[in-house]
Design a protein. Structure first.
Lengths: 64, 222, 262
């Protein structure tokens, strides 16, 4: 594929785009996995999050 | 309404008694403007061309330094909570405090500007216009600044954050303030249009500033 | 809230406003959203590199437009999303609105940054310099500052509930001043070419270039919503984790207190 005299600028644009988008995706996925693992860990220790009221608790707190 | 004037008078009295703070802002203004020729060279033609911009930017920075004081002292000694729970709507209370800031800081800075204009070889004919635009534009600085001061009230060393929050909001004031002055000194566009838009921006911030600042304070003093 | 979630009479937004319900629904939607985004972006890239002709003026560099324009649009969409969420949080006190505002800020900032970076790389061959103080670039730069302010304020305040409320105030102030900033910057510099995609007399851009641009815009918008959904899910998990940890600490404290009493 011939991108003409300004190929470097085109590739640089697409490269920086890929890096930033991949970075955001990677961070979100990593963060989500880490949070899930720690929640499971706590659950295994027996801290209850059975009830829905538990998960809705931050909401209830903020409304006070 | 009398509570509004009482609060305004109290704030102004406190400013006068403390004294130092206004002087510091004026001194800072003087120093920043003095740095410009030292950094850019003493070419008088260049200086007179960029004088409106330099004077406005330095004014923004000087006013910025004094913004945290709008609510800080009252928050430290607890009187802010008294004001927040008092009879006077908090929106009017924040308006009074921002107005006090404008009178105690905005007006002195605007009046000092022509003196500093001398240092920058600003055309003499521009001086009335300079003061007029600064008097019309500085309310926006105080009232939008009050929002930033209220938002960063409880942030430790919030001064830098305050600058980051507030400076982008000052861009319209800066643009039209400078446009009005350069129009009056032979620039391309009409002076009247720029001046009217500048006043409109100030009026707009007069409405939005106290409301937003009051909301921010209410959340923090609850 | 739990009881309300069971009620089938509720509107979609009401049901979505329940975090547990949101987790269920978003978990089901997210893979499809991500897949659709990936497919559309892939197809758009195929069109861009193998089908779309060169612009007669800009030559090959017009290929940058296909990512630059969606990034600029998403940068602005991000702030609109923050404004709507801030309004929802301050007026209706939906905790999810705060979650949405918090998740949107870094995404909007990332796309605004990409719009600036690609615009700058596009500008070098076109204008001969990486940066010109063109009205639209300047507005995007100021938008980026507003994002920085929002993120800095949120990270500076330790109390999360308070940070959410103050950021909502800042978000609303920002969105009410944005049009004035845009107007003043446009006024300050009216040298740029007029907007060429959305115009009352119809698009002036060549159709062969328009279709890849539309695919790309829709694809990246879907990507944005997928990322936003993922960010919101993460934030909900983070809040659950925090309340669980706090409950755990409380429990440990009571246990040790009773042990000490005995």
């Amino acid at each position: 594929m011939d991108l003409g005299p300004h190929a470097a600028f085109i590739w640089a644009s697409y490269a920086i785009y890929s890096v930033v988008v991949a970075g955001v995706i990677g961070w979100l996925v990593w963060d989500g996995a880490r949070l899930k693992a720690r929640l499971l860990e706590l659950e295994a220790k027996g801290v209850s999050r059975r009830s829905r009221s538990m998960s809705a608790k931050p909401a209830a707190k903020e409304e006070s | 309404m009398s509570a509004f004037w009482t609060l305004l008078k109290r704030d102004l009295l406190l400013q006068v008694r403390e004294g130092g703070a206004v002087g510091t802002a004026l001194g800072f203004y003087l120093v920043v403007v003095t740095m410009m020729p030292l950094g850019l060279g003493p070419d008088l033609n260049l200086l007179s061309r960029i004088a409106p911009g330099v004077l406005w930017i330095a004014l923004l920075l000087s006013a910025l330094l004094s913004l945290p004081r709008i609510f800080e002292a009252d928050d430290e000694d607890g009187s802010l909570e008294v004001i927040a729970t008092g009879d006077l709507p908090l929106e009017l209370a924040t308006a009074a405090k921002a107005l006090a800031h404008w009178i105690s800081t905005g007006i002195p800075l605007a009046l000092l500007a022509p003196v500093l204009g001398l240092l920058l070889n600003l055309e003499l004919s521009a001086y009335p216009v300079l003061v007029a635009t600064m008097l019309a534009g500085t309310p926006a600085i105080s009232f939008l600044g009050a929002v930033g001061a209220a938002l960063t009230l409880r942030v430790r060393r919030g001064g830098l954050l305050l600058a980051l929050l507030v400076l982008p909001l000052y861009i319209p004031t800066l643009i039209f303030g400078i446009a009005a002055i350069s129009a009056a000194t032979g620039g391309p566009s009409g002076f009247q249009a720029s001046f009217l838009i500048l006043s409109a921006i100030s009026l707009f911030s007069l409405v939005i500033g106290p409301v937003a600042a009051a909301a921010a304070i209410r959340f923090q003093t609850q | 809230m739990t009881k309300a979630a069971m009620n089938p009479q509720q509107s979609l937004t009401q049901r979505l406003a329940n975090p547990t319900r949101f987790m269920e629904l978003s978990g089901r939607v997210l893979p499809w959203l991500a897949a659709a985004a990936a497919l559309l972006i892939a197809y758009a890239l195929y069109l861009v590199f193998f089908v779309a002709p060169d612009d007669y003026q800009q030559g090959q560099t017009v290929k940058i437009m296909f990512i630059h324009v969606p990034a600029a649009w998403l940068g602005m969409l991000g702030y609109a999303l923050i404004a709507v969420s801030s309004f929802g949080y301050l007026v209706f006190r939906h905790p999810l609105a705060d979650v949405s505002a918090k998740a949107a800020a870094p995404l909007g900032a990332a796309f605004t940054f990409l719009a600036l970076a690609t615009g700058s790389l596009w500008g070098k061959p076109m204008w001969g310099t990486y940066w010109v103080w063109d009205a639209r670039l300047t507005s995007m730069l100021i938008l980026l500052f507003l994002y920085f302010g929002l993120m800095a304020l949120r990270s500076a305040i330790e109390d999360d509930a308070l940070a959410g409320k103050l950021c909502a105030v800042l978000g609303l102030v920002g969105v009410s001043i944005l049009p004035i900033i845009k107007f003043s910057v446009d006024w300050w510099n009216t040298l740029h070419q007029p907007a060429s995609v959305i115009r009352l007399d119809g698009p002036t851009i060549h159709p062969d270039l328009l279709w890849p641009l539309l695919y790309s815009a829709v694809g990246f918008s879907l990507l944005f919503f997928a990322l936003h959904t993922k960010g919101m899910r993460n934030e909900i998990l983070r809040r659950r984790l925090r309340s669980l940890t706090m409950a755990e600490v409380d429990r440990a404290r009571t246990v040790s207190a009773t042990a000490a009493a005995e």
